[in-house]
Ligand binder design. Structure first.
Ligand SMILES: CC(C)(COP(=O)(O)OP(=O)(O)OC[C@H]1O[C@@H](n2cnc3c(N)ncnc32)[C@H](O)[C@@H]1OP(=O)(O)O)[C@@H](O)C(=O)NCCC(=O)NCCSC(=O)C[C@H](O)C(=O)O
Ligand SMILES: [Mg+2]
Length: 330
């Protein structure tokens, strides 16, 4: 994966990046090229979790767990938090709780709050409205108490999964930012497109080429980026079709997605390789930033670089590349 780009050029690139300013722990950039669901009702899968080389683990309590196994799955996650592994190969361990509309959220959070450990992120599916977000906040306050959920490095990731939520994304994402700023509740820095529930909601039929969700995915990315949040693309459920997965990853990446949900460990490599910038792209970003700074010093806002006109938006794209590579482990 990372190594394939050439160890030396990555090291040189990191050295270059080290001067560009690091984030504080609360606004740390978390790479989320792939988010792997690990159903918490399955102890064998949970045992494997710490060693999985994936950017983000989603310890799953929602749709990957049968209704009859919810109570056991909650306890498994509480035990996982209590016996937090000394090392994880991932960047983030999140817990996906059940949605507000399921009526199961309070039971999940009450059980998780028995552990003194908070996960790196809480992940909340089917946020359909600003009211849902407020309910999430109240549920956490009531189970954990105010102090434990204020000003923590724990982040929140939310799922948009219905037509109503897709259209109301600006209000929902703005409310999530406000909850963090005004109530110091978990910072939402990524949003996931729940395309399977979305298709069920609008009555569409899922296909591998995903034409039925093209509009939704593009609208979704624009909203996430307008609020400075990472955009995580649809699951590719035909998990044995590697070529189809690769094609969808490349499309999503070119549209601005930061990563993709995965359901099986065999999907991780394809997805993470795809969402890592190529060696050429890294070189482009590195050189562009250097030249931009030189032109700025010379008083020029726009200039020609490798045959293309470059101005501030291109600089921002180059900085996104830098930010991702700086944060991805070898
Ligand atoms: C899809 C699966 C049910 C397939 O499971 P299985 O048949 O057991 O797969 P394999 O036999 O090929 O497994 C090989 C080994 O890999 C381990 N494994 C498999 N999957 C995982 C996993 N997700 N995490 C950790 N480890 C995993 C197996 O244990 C095998 O190990 P070994 O026996 O030692 O060789 C299964 O992959 C699965 O359950 N995936 C997750 C499904 C899920 O959570 N779905 C819900 C989330 S998707 C969603 O909700 C999207 C969104 O909200 C929307 O609306 O779109
Ligand atoms: Mg869903």
């Amino acid at each position: 994966m990372f190594i394939r780009l050439g160890k030396r050029s990555i090291q040189q690139f990191r050295h270059f990046c080290s001067g560009t300013g690091a984030s504080s722990s609360n606004d740390k950039y978390v790479p989320r090229r792939a988010l792997l669901y690990v159903p918490a009702s399955n102890p064998k899968m949970l045992d494997k979790a710490p060693k999985l080389q994936v950017d983000c683990l989603v310890l799953e309590l929602e749709d990957g767990v049968a209704l009859t196994a919810k109570a056991e799955a909650r306890q498994n996650i509480r035990k996982y938090l209590d016996n937090w592994p000394q090392q994880h190969a991932c960047h983030e361990v999140g817990v996906r709780v059940n949605s507000v509309s399921s009526g199961l959220l309070a039971d999940d959070v009450t059980e998780l709050a028995k552990s003194s450990k908070l996960p790196d992120a809480f992940m909340v599916p089917k946020i359909d409205s600003v009211d849902d977000l407020n309910t999430v906040w109240k549920t956490f306050r009531s189970a954990y108490g105010d102090q434990r959920i204020r000003n923590t490095p724990t982040r929140m990731v939310i799922w948009i999964e219905s037509a109503r939520a897709l259209l109301d994304m600006p209000q929902i994402l703005k409310a999530a930012s406000t909850l963090h700023k005004s109530a110091q509740f978990f910072r939402t820095d990524a949003v996931v497109f729940g395309s399977d529930d979305y298709c069920a909601d609008i009555g569409a039929t899922r296909s591998n080429d995903a034409t039925e969700i093209m509009y939704a995915r593009q609208h979704f990315v624009a909203c996430c980026k307008a609020y400075g949040m990472q955009a995580i693309d649809a699951v590719y459920i035909d998990y044995k079709d590697v070529e189809g997965l690769k094609k969808q990853c490349e499309q999503g990446k070119s549209w601005g997605f930061n990563g993709k949900q995965v359901i099986h460990p065999t999907q991780i490599g394809t997805v993470q390789d795809c969402f890592l910038p190529s060696a050429e792209r890294i070189d482009w970003a590195t050189e562009l930033i250097k030249e931009f700074e030189q032109h700025q010093r010379g008083g020029k806002g726009a200039f020609t670089f490798r045959g293309h006109m470059i101005d501030r938006p291109l600089l921002l794209q180059a900085k996104n590349v830098v930010e991702l590579v700086r944060n991805v482990k070898k």
